[in-house]
Design a protein around this ligand. Sequence first.
Ligand code: FAD
Length: 308
Amino acid sequence: RPSLEAVSEARRLADASSGRVVSVLIGPADDSAVAALGAHGADKVIRFAGDGFAAYSSESYARALARAVETESPDAVFVPFTSTGRDLAPRVAFLTGGGLVSDCASFDLADGRLVAKRSQYSGKMVATFTWASKLQIASLRPNVFALVSPVEGRACEVVAAEADATSRARVREFKAKESGRKELVEAQVIVSGGRGLKAAEHFKLVEDLGAAMGAAVGASRAIVDDGWVSHSMQVGQTGKTVSPSLYVACGISGAIQHLAGMSSSRVIVAINKDPEAPIFKVANYGIVGDVFEILPPLKGKDVRSIYE
Ligand code: FAD
């Protein structure tokens, strides 16, 4: 999804400046990935698919993207600000001599050049950037840029390309950890819990509500630091940035660092027993009450019909 968001934003800007969008797809991917790039606005997809690109490698992937930059001479390069993108974008900037602005949250065009904005210090200020270099490289914060409506079968040229795939580091094995949980960043409904739940064993209340709602489950940093749940579930400045249609915060105070990761959610529901809790400043719906009274009756209920 973050890649499709980057393509969608590139399409929006290309349309505004009579430009083209070229996607670069490195590593193994099936035809549906290529089709999705085309449907979301790519005019051309350059594929690097040799054995050397089977697993992500900083050196070879950066070289491949830099090679595409060399042949296409774009005005701008967009990379998702994911863990891979955070590693890749600075390397490509180094190889191509482009300037890099990381973690961008919006773009405008002024005289054909990009103007990027990103929030800093947990959303306390918004910084505006322009590039001194000709080549403008940017990484895009996931879940902030809207996807364009895909147009199936949109014309898109696909070309195979080659680049030096050697690398001084070798990935021997890639083991995905099976969490059995829904991926937070891509979820449309998220239920999160915080220290208001008082003890690790009560987090089950949040998981039960998540199951009843078909939602992904998140957490505040306080309970990640206390070891109740894994860091992969943390939402916020030092966790994940999410932007679901519905975010339900249970026993979370709404510290600025938590808000930094979820305040762009479309509808926010907060359950907190303190009416002065900062989470209520961003919530669309607030329930002032005790999670131990509000959550248990929802267990096992099919609550989807309430919000769908
Ligand atoms: P608390 O602040 O302790 O809030 C608990 C809330 O539960 C309170 O509002 C209380 O009224 C309510 N409550 C208590 N009992 C009940 C009950 N029975 N029923 C209903 N409500 C109840 N935090 C993040 O979440 N994500 C981050 O990425 C993050 N990054 C950070 C980075 C830095 C550099 C720093 C300094 C901090 C960061 N934090 C982050 C921590 C953040 O400042 C807060 O400490 C944290 O979010 C608080 O978590 P909490 O809301 O669960 O706990």
